[in-house]
Ligand binder design. Structure first.
Ligand SMILES: [Fe+2]
Length: 282
């Protein structure tokens, strides 16, 4: 991407932010949601990306402070989004500054796209972090999943599955077919789905759409739930669902994993965070 395009992307992003996000995404909404989350017992937190907006270094630093507020980095796992790679160069800065949340159990940090996926294992759950973030042209919000990640993901799923672990994949862009507009799609989604069909997984979590969605894609034996969540800062009353987080209960029952999801967030006109719904996923 040339410098002119880079500047042009920041300008279009700034206009978009002034028109839409600045009004609909509010820090106090996010703060109240995180306060509620802190009072809800949980073992681990998965953050599915787009922590920043325009790809400014100051935003990356602020996001680091926010990540630190969520709990010890070993209890918080991150995957990055298209806004975290808004212009060339910023993603590698983000990887460096957000390193504690991008480090596997052996202490190895994902500092480049080729370091993904990485795995964190917690009490029989394998959290597998893919990366779809890569700088794109102005007006585009695409994500990318290429053959190198596919090959590595396949090997990880095979190994973690053989160990009997519950395989939870994080990826910012939704891998389901037609989940977004064309300019926001995951390039390589078909490849991703082929890997899941070949090796299976127990749960896939994504961001990007700002919608509360429960879909599924074919796995090796069973369908794999694919979960999207609204933005954590979305104010009630907007076009998109208000801020929400999902709490997953993952329990081993004999030969299978039982997964339940509780949705917590603001109702469309509510000023308070409340329990919204419960879903049995598996
Ligand atoms: Fe996104």
């Amino acid at each position: 991407m040339r410098r002119r395009e880079l500047i042009s992307k920041r300008i279009t992003g700034y206009v978009n932010w002034k028109r839409n996000r600045m009004r609909s995404h509010q820090p106090e909404i996010l703060a109240k949601l995180v306060d509620h989350l802190a009072t809800t017992p949980h073992d681990h937190l998965a953050v599915t990306g787009d922590l920043i907006n325009l790809g400014l270094e100051s935003e990356v630093e602020n996001a680091r402070t926010w990540l630190s507020s969520l709990g010890p980095p070993e209890d918080v796992t991150l995957t990055c989004g298209n806004h975290d790679s808004y212009v060339p160069g910023i993603l590698s800065r983000a990887f460096a500054i957000w390193a504690p949340w991008l480090t596997d159990d052996s202490g190895k940090t994902a500092t480049r796209s080729r370091d993904f996926p990485f795995v964190r294992r917690r009490s029989g759950v394998s959290i597998i972090v893919c990366n779809s973030a890569r700088a794109s042209m102005p007006f585009m919000a695409t994500g990318y999943f290429r053959s190198n990640q596919a090959k590595a993901l396949r090997a990880i799923l095979k190994e973690e599955g053989a160990a009997g672990n519950c395989r939870v994949i994080l990826i910012h862009h939704p891998p389901s077919s037609k989940a977004t507009a064309w300019h926001k799609r995951l390039v390589g989604a078909l490849l991703f789905r082929r890997v899941i069909a070949a090796e299976g997984a127990e749960l896939i979590l994504h961001g990007h759409t700002h919608l509360a969605s429960i879909t599924a894609i074919p796995g090796k034996t069973l369908a794999v739930p694919v979960i999207g969540v609204p933005s954590a800062a979305q104010a009630p009353g907007g076009k998109r669902p208000a801020a929400r987080y999902n709490l997953f209960s993952i329990v081993r029952q004999q030969e299978k994993w039982e997964i339940t999801m509780d949705e917590y967030g603001y109702g469309q006109s509510s000023a308070e965070v409340e329990h919204l719904a419960r879903h049995r996923l598996a």
